[in-house]
Structure formats: C-alpha cells, structure tokens
Design a protein around this ligand. Sequence first.
Ligand SMILES: C[S@@+](CC[C@H](N)C(=O)[O-])C[C@H]1O[C@@H](n2cnc3c(N)ncnc32)[C@H](O)[C@@H]1O
Length: 388
Amino acid sequence: MDSDKSKFLNKLLSSFEENTFVKLTFGKKRRKSQELKNIYARLVKIKDREKLSFTYRYATNDEVKNYEIPEAKTLIEKYLGIDFMRAHLFTTTIDAELSINKKGKEFLRTSAPTLKRSVVQEHDHKKTRFVNSKALYLHRLEITDKEGKVKPKKQDKFKQINKYIELLDSLLNFYKEGDHLKIVDMGSGKGYLTFALYDYLNNSKGFSAEVLGIEQRNELVEFCNKLATDCKFENVKFKHGSINDTKLKNADVLIALHACDTATDDAIAKGIKSGANVIVCAPCCHAQIRVQMSETKVDIPQLKFGILMERQAEIITDTIRALMMEQYGYDSRIFEFISSEHTGKNLMIAGIKTRKEIDTETIQKKINGLKEQYGIKQHYLEKLLISS
Ligand SMILES: C[S@@+](CC[C@H](N)C(=O)[O-])C[C@H]1O[C@@H](n2cnc3c(N)ncnc32)[C@H](O)[C@@H]1O
C-alpha cells in the first residue's frame, strides 16, 4: 500500500499534469538549529518551459532557485521528513497537507481548495514577469509606448517594478485568494509601484486589496487619483499629507519606498504602532546617523574615508531599524531590492509579524553595542518608538 508521503507526491505530480497546481509550501523544520526556515514553491515559465521556482527562506534572506519538474520532485521527496515535517500542496481542485511526526509516522489530510486559480508566472528574463506591460498606468507613466512596449530608456525602471512585485508576492504569500488586504504606501510619489502592486494583487492574484498612497506633494496626489480613475482601479486612493501626520488604523501592510532619510523611520514607527502584519521599506538617504557618526570622533579607521563613512552609516542605520522591528515582534530581513547596476537605492528591509517570544533585552544589548561602537546617541526610530 502506498505511504501517505507517496500519495502526497502523486497528488503533486497529478496537479502538474492536470494543470491544477497553485503552490507548495514546506514548514515545521526538523532541527531547531536549521537555518532554512521554510520553502515556498510556485510554477514559472522560463523560455516557454514550466519550472518550479523554490524560494528558500533563511532567517535574514531569501534565495530563489528554479528547477525542471523531475528535478524538483526529487528535491521535494528529499526535503519531506528530513528537513521539513510538514508540506502543504494547494491545487485548484484540492488542498493536501502532509505531516510527519517525530517517530516518522505520516498523516495526509485533504480538504476543499482554498485557492481557485493556478498562477504561472512568466519568468523569462528578457520579458515581463509579474507586471503586465500592456497596463494603461504604465503607458500613462511613460514606461511603455502605445503598444505596451517598454521604452528603451525605461527598461531599468520596468525591471525595478517587476522585482518589487516579485518580492512583495513572496512576502505576502501567507494571504490567500479572496483575502481582503488594507495596504498603505507612504511617500507614494508618482505611484509606479503603488499601481503595479494594486494591479497585481487584485487582477493576477485574486486578492481584494485596498491601497492608500500618502504623499506630501499635492500635484502627485492629484495626478495619481486621476490615473486611478482612468484605469478603473476603484480601490486605490491617494491622499495629500505627511507620513508623520497620517493616522493609521488596521493597516495589514505598510510600505515606504525611497522615502527620504528619517521619513522611512516615521513610516516604520507608524507600521509598528498600528500592528501591521507586514512592513516593507526601501531606505533612501541616511543622513541622521551619519551626522552623529561624523560628530563623535570614534577611532574606526574606515570612517576616515568619506565614502566608507557613508556606507557604514547606511549599514548601521538599517541594521538598527531591522533590530528594532524584531524588538516589536517582527521577523526582519534585509535584501537587495534590485541589482546595484540599476539603482543605488537598492536595499529593502522587510518585517513580518510573528507570534514568537521576543528576547527584547538581548536585542537591546545589540542595539546599544552598535551605538556605543559608532558613537551614536540616538537612532531616530528609537525616539519615535519611545514616545509610543
Ligand atoms: C523618491 S520618491 C519615491 C516614490 C515611490 N515610493 C517609489 O519608490 O517609486 C519619495 C516620495 O516620498 C515623498 N515623501 C518624502 N517624505 C515624505 C513625508 N514625510 N510624507 C509624505 N511623503 C513624503 C516625496 O514627496 C516623494 O514623492
């Protein structure tokens, strides 16, 4: 008789054959010390061939690898029961969950499908992946021409938008089709990323996402609201105001991309205080900490060189941001948003709210250690959170 693991693998293979596969996730890592926390797999199309794209989630970064189906099957078989004790298969006809206990006993449970659509992402590097280049907003934002072709000078911007959607897709992967999400985008600017996210979540993923952009430049707010109406994007709105003055209630996802200097901290603090599930920011400039580092004459050789001082200030600023997010119960990650050949502003800090117990004292010691070492009196985010 087939074991539950074999039955699970058969269901997986049938879902590829019958074109019903949606996604596969691995959880419940076997060893506590294991650095790999979970794996998320989805189908992608690369040069017209379907592959399984695995996102390997480590404590501080994600790694993506694509495999042919037979190779992926061998890997899945290997992970089950060795690295992970639970796997969840989502198809459009059935959900299947395989759990393996400490004694190696396998349990297969099936239920009605929670996701009804199979999403195969175009993954050809020469082409669009997550973003539909024919979308009206891209044309109006002058990224594409009338035929929906990306303009030669806008290739980098288009790549950045695609990469952003790819990252957000992975960060929001615990939401299901049909889920209602309230997203606030602080410092939304001309709305490139705001529109792309709204379009992707609602029109490709089948979420019911409501997006609010906050922007201090009124002409951009007016431009974006008009564009939202023209695109018939009913649930994306833009509001004139500053990040700091925004009253945030019940936001599920807080985004702040390239908001200048401490505006990123204002946004993170808003997200933490409102209990957002996900906080995503791409820091812009890092003046606040750099000024303090330059004023205090700490004896660190590299700080004598302007460019290294600047980079160190960025690293310290963002490390403290990530640590503070952890203090407030977020699992934080820092990764490259897009290769630095396309833009200098290429880091992304993300925090996902967890329920795990937080050792705030140890984290505080790490923050204090960094501050002491670099002669920093106070990180602006500390000031914002102390007053909460
Ligand atoms: C560099 S643009 C980035 C726009 C968009 N988020 C993106 O990444 O494409 C930064 C935007 O944030 C806005 N901004 C900066 N500080 C802000 C604040 N404190 N409150 C509201 N908007 C702010 C600026 O006006 C600008 O439009």
